[in-house]
Design a protein around this ligand. Structure first.
Ligand code: AMP
Ligand code: MG
Length: 520
């Protein structure tokens, strides 16, 4: 196994001088060196062939003993020095102080085909940042992260990715619903990949500690390696950097709204500086279209991170980043302008995205209302988002009265679909048909375009749970089945039609399907 290792983070940035793996506050450093812990009996369950290629490895590498050892933390690659990153964060609206990689260990950075990848093990044991927890990850959460990050990539949503999924052979104790019923679960490790895992929180921790010197070092490093087009660091460059981070995160959240992804824990330590979806925890996929939905039971009281709030939360998080960068910019006006711009851009881009879901290429004044009324109608009764938009592609503008029938598979409880509801839909389809008359595309072309933004297959919450239930019993075939299905989420896959279906009723209130906690 030969990787082209090109470490920068743990070479160019200041390290914690203490080498001991004890929990502590780490000051004036970006990371601490730490060795992954050995596992009892590691077994590789799945490897992403695409990621393998991306880092310059072959299929035969992935079946080697050394691959298994390295990506389960049992062997450290020669000339590398694994490390855990130091960051802080605002959790659920409050400054939480130092957090850091409590159960993530970066192995190294690899360069291949002009791309750079940091390889990071999640669940490979404790670090100086583990606080009160064990540094481990359980199989269910690891399957969820592994499948979802790759699925998001294929949906065209900016995301970190995953190289491999393994079980450790160790048992991990978790109280899933935090109700005093802890139980042992299988331990697992995902190797995740990203150009960098730097988060908003990496900047916040230095700002909170008044350490402008290291804040600047981190900003300069980030710009040099990941925003090189911005040029030599200066106050002006830091502003441009902030602007680009803002734009990238906006793009990411618009994509979430497009496909119905709810992150669940949008704390600032879970916000990537590259605008990538990061830290797949109690995330979920919309089944019923509902702005008020969150899968995270830990957030069920205030629903801070519900579907409809995600774009505002990105903005809230950008405010925290702006505050963190202020000491090296020393001027608020530029930052404020960028933050104001986010809101305006959001409205524009959201509208553009919703138009694309409806197959509207042109622009009409009535679009805003047409979309608002659609969103309201989608909330009238539980309506499956994925099925609704995918089937909408079959709408014929000459036959508005058939619209209701075309999307009717999306309604969860048919008896609830009363006459008045049907009338509301009929009216909306009339307006939609009229609007489509103004479009230039043919019906076939419109459907083709709609199918490129309205996925047919997403990782519905119960699907991941089915793969988890099987895996708990030692059967890993469904992981592979879902992995392959989700590689082509926009394609018709007649052999996989069974996954283009509403959530079964048994999954409605099942833990792991609609209810997830931060326990992972
Ligand atoms: P999260 O909500 O998963 O993003 O985690 C918030 C913080 O808790 C991060 O600093 C994580 O590294 C840490 N953390 C979460 N789970 C564990 C664990 N099992 N062991 C150690 N640290 C953890
Ligand atoms: Mg996190």
């Amino acid at each position: 196994m030969k990787l082209n290792i090109k470490d920068t983070f743990n070479i160019e940035l200041p390290a914690d001088p203490i080498m001991e793996n004890s929990r502590r506050q780490v000051k004036e450093a970006c990371y601490s060196f730490v060795t992954p812990r050995k596992t009892s009996k590691a077994q590789m369950l799945h490897v992403s062939q695409e990621m393998l290629k991306k880092i310059g490895l072959s299929v035969s590498d992935s079946t080697s003993d050394s691959f298994l050892k390295v990506f389960t933390g049992n062997e450290v690659l020669p000339n590398t020095k694994p490390y855990a990153m130091c960051y802080g964060g605002h959790q659920f609206g409050n400054w939480a102080g130092q957090l850091g990689d409590g159960r993530a260990i970066n192995l190294c950075e690899v360069q291949h085909n002009e791309e750079r990848w940091a390889l990071q093990l999640k669940g490979a044991g404790e670090t100086p940042y583990s606080r009160t927890a064990d540094g481990l990850a359980v199989l269910r959460s690891s399957i969820r992260e592994y499948l979802c990050s790759e699925a998001m990539y294929h949906l065209g949503v900016p995301t970190t990715r995953a190289l491999s999924l393994a079980i450790t052979g160790d048992q991990v104790l978790r109280d899933i619903m935090y109700d005093g019923n802890p139980a042992y679960e299988k331990g697992a490790i995902v190797c995740r990949t990203s150009p960098t895992f730097i988060r908003f929180g990496n900047f916040e921790i230095f700002a909170a500690r008044g350490d402008s010197k290291n804040l600047k070092k981190l900003a300069d490093y980030t710009i040099e390696h990941f925003f090189p087009h911005l040029g030599k660091p200066s106050k002006e460059t830091y502003l441009q950097f902030f602007e680009e981070v803002s734009e990238r995160n906006l793009k990411m959240v618009i994509d979430w709204q497009r496909v119905g992804f709810v992150h669940g824990v949008m704390n600032t330590d879970n916000m990537s500086i590259l605008g990538l979806t990061i830290d797949y925890g109690p995330y979920g996929w919309l089944e019923g279209y509902d702005f008020g939905w969150t899968p995270n039971t830990t957030d069920s009281q205030y629903k801070r991170y519900k579907f409809g709030s995600q774009p505002d939360i990105v903005l809230w998080n950008l405010y925290q980043l702006a505050n963190a960068l202020y000491p090296i910019i020393e001027e608020t006006k530029g930052l404020e302008t960028i933050l104001a711009e986010y809101r305006a851009s959001y409205t524009k881009q959201y509208l553009h995205m919703m138009r694309s879901k409806l197959g509207l290429s042109g622009i009409a004044d009535t679009d805003v209302l047409l979309i608002k009324d659609l969103e309201e109608s989608l909330h009238l009764t539980e309506t499956d988002m994925t099925i609704f938009f995918r089937n909408l592609g079959n709408f014929k503008m000459g036959k508005p009265s058939q619209g209701f029938k075309i999307v009717s598979d999306a309604f969860y409880i048919r008896t609830e679909v009363t006459d008045s509801l049907k009338r509301a839909w009929d009216k909306w389809f009339e307006r939609y048909a009229n609007r489509l008359q103004q479009e230039l595309l043919s019906e076939t072309e419109r459907k083709k375009k709609m199918n490129q933004v309205n996925p047919k297959y997403v990782l519905r919450n119960y699907m991941a749970q089915l793969a988890i239930d099987d895996a708990d019993k030692g059967d890993y075939t469904m992981i592979d089945e879902l992995f392959n299905l989700l590689r082509k989420p926009y394609d018709e896959q007649p052999e996989n039609q069974k996954w283009f279906a509403k959530r079964p009723e048994w999954a409605r209130h099942k833990v792991g399907c609609s209810m997830l906690s931060c326990s992972s």
